[in-house]
Design a protein around this ligand. Sequence first.
Ligand SMILES: CC(C)(COP(=O)(O)OP(=O)(O)OC[C@H]1O[C@@H](n2cnc3c(N)ncnc32)[C@H](O)[C@@H]1OP(=O)(O)O)[C@@H](O)C(=O)NCCC(=O)NCCS
Length: 153
Amino acid sequence: MRLRPAVPDDVAAVARVDAEAFGADAWSATLLRDLVDADLARGELVLAVAADGGLLGYAVLSAVGEDAELQRIAVLPAARRRGVAGALLAAGRDRVRRAGATRLLLEVRADNAAALALYAGEGFAEIGRRPRYYRDGTTAVILEHPIDVTMEA
Ligand SMILES: CC(C)(COP(=O)(O)OP(=O)(O)OC[C@H]1O[C@@H](n2cnc3c(N)ncnc32)[C@H](O)[C@@H]1OP(=O)(O)O)[C@@H](O)C(=O)NCCC(=O)NCCS
């Protein structure tokens, strides 16, 4: 299993995982290509986990100033519960810390039990809720993870 920044050749596979995970709310390949072409210096980062069989999962983060945001994370259904998302989060936190962030924020659907369990286990804490945030009326839970800036860069 290899964890690395996504490259342009990953875009089609990232788009497939995104479509599988988010259905009608999936991001277009064009948007994903733009994100992969950017890098953390411009505020965005796409991390990918690949194995010999292909891409297993990815995460999209942005870091502008002290607040970084986890915009997206998804793992192929067949590769779940093997620590892929945990590894992506750890690498993402490391990269945004190097970019100067002091906390990592995210929004998650209140009905997404798998993601809420993942984030709780990773040490995220709830800092707020946005009722009816999603198109179908579901509440968004806002979570925060402090970034330890005292660690060696
Ligand atoms: C949420 C998601 C990214 C988790 O990916 P994953 O690679 O399976 O997560 P990990 O294997 O790193 O899980 C780490 C821990 O999170 C928790 N967890 C993950 N999935 C869980 C589930 N379905 N039910 C309960 N706990 C879960 C567990 O504590 C797990 O540790 P364990 O397997 O030792 O019990 C994946 O389910 C997914 O892609 N979902 C669809 C997209 C999505 O909802 N993304 C998040 C919102 S943007």
